[in-house]
Design a protein around this ligand. Structure first.
Ligand code: KG4
Ligand code: ZN
Length: 373
């Protein structure tokens, strides 16, 4: 145990989907973060194939943990606790990480912390690099004067708003304080990344399509195709992408029938799809900001938060609302947006301090549909 309890050293494991990841964190500092991606294995299926994911996790888990400890220069005996993603995620994938975490917790007599994957994404913006000279991506909508970017006031005099947008989630989460969350809005069908990937697939961009779409969109016109704005009749903060997906499919079919799927039309479609998807999220975000006028910071996380146009669209919304006082916070490295175990270690920090450990290690079970609230 380290001298200061808030600096507990944690070995974190995440196998919620198609990345096998282990990390060592000390407080919010990331000492190591190893991710073995399975993207290539799933490419032929155009999506994550659960049994393939499980098998790859089984093969990768030991070397990934070993490398994470090595890179952090920490021996497993020196770890204060083990944290593992309990859910949400793919059941067979979650199982592998949980089994390993239980095994290690028992063998080395360490407390075990079960972390919600969405809480991991949400708090990934608080992660600090080991070396402050490392490339940092902390974007603030305006410069905090003498304030240390990493010194987040965890008592949160003002609530913060988190946007977790990934391949599996699209949640607006009000953060009253660390550990005190309220899910304000969510998707009623596909998650944002899932929708972008599916539309990208229609455009023949492979898997995962969203990062390719971001590149191609740079040469396209965002308003070349006029997509609808979903759910404007609903007063809530929920999202829906199925209408945009259908609209895109019909548009592609129409262009194909006219032999008009030119390169430029593909670029324009990519830019227009992104524009439509982000406009929808920003529309709901504006509603939340109007209804919660006292927000302190806006936290962007999850795989889609890697997208630069998305980040820019959010800043534009804040400018238009005259809300530049709301600070935009993103993870210091884009790799912390997509699935990784460092975010699980960061989220485990407050559970360690509150001593919310798994009581009976043998009884810990995966929770594939675990909601964060
Ligand atoms: O957070 P993540 O690794 O996994 C989940 O928890 O779901 O997010 C993966 C998702 C995928 O849908 C992927 O296509 C999307 O994030 N993504 C992006 C970008 N990079 C990854 N979406 C938009 N722009 C990107 N640059
Ligand atoms: Zn995730």
């Amino acid at each position: 145990m380290t001298s200061n309890q808030s600096l507990a050293t944690i070995l974190a494991i995440d196998t919620s989907c198609d990345d096998t990841s282990a990390a060592v964190t000390s407080g919010y500092t990331v000492l190591s973060n190893v991710v073995a991606s399975q993207t290539e294995l799933h490419k032929p299926y155009g999506g994550v194939f659960p049994t393939v994911a499980k098998q790859a996790h089984k093969e990768n888990i030991d070397p990934v943990i070993k490398l994470a400890l090595k890179r952090a220069r920490v021996k497993i005996e020196e770890i204060d606790a083990i944290a593992v993603t309990k859910g949400p995620g793919l059941a067979p994938a979650l199982e592998v990480g949980i089994k390993k975490a239980k095994e290690l917790a028992k063998k080395y007599k360490k407390p075990l912390i079960a972390v919600n994957h969405v809480e991991g994404h949400l708090l990934s913006v608080l992660a600090k690099p080991k070396n402050r000279n490392q490339k940092q991506e902390v974007h603030m909508s305006f410069r905090a004067k003498s304030r240390n970017l990493y010194e987040t006031d965890t008592t949160h005099r003002k609530p913060n708003l988190g946007l977790v947008i990934s391949g599996g989630h699209s949640d607006f989460i009000l953060v009253r304080s660390i550990g005190n969350y309220e899910r304000l809005g969510w998707t009623i069908d596909d998650a944002t990344g899932e929708a972008l990937d599916k539309i990208g697939r229609i455009l023949g961009l492979g898997y995962p399509a969203a990062p390719v779409m971001e590149k191609l969109a740079q040469d396209g016109k965002p308003q070349a195709f006029d997509f609808p704005l979903p759910l404007t009749q609903r007063k809530d903060y929920c999202l829906s992408f199925s209408g945009l997906k259908t609209f895109a499919r019909n548009l592609v079919e129409e262009l194909e029938s006219k032999n008009a799927m030119t390169k430029q039309n593909t670029y324009d479609l990519c830019a227009s799809v992104q524009y439509a998807v982000f406009r929808h999220i920003n529309y709901k975000l504006s509603k939340i900001i109007s209804d919660y006028p006292d927000l302190g910071e806006l936290w962007l996380s999850g795989g889609v938060a890697r997208n630069i146009s998305f980040r820019e669209s959010v800043r534009k919304t804040l400018r238009e609302l005259g809300k530049q006082n709301i600070k935009v916070r993103v993870p210091y490295d884009k790799r912390l947006c997509t699935d990784n175990a460092a975010m699980i270690g960061v989220a485990a920090k407050h559970h360690f301090e509150d001593k919310t450990f798994v009581e009976n290690i043998d009884k810990l079970e995966r929770k594939p549909r675990w909601k964060l609230n």
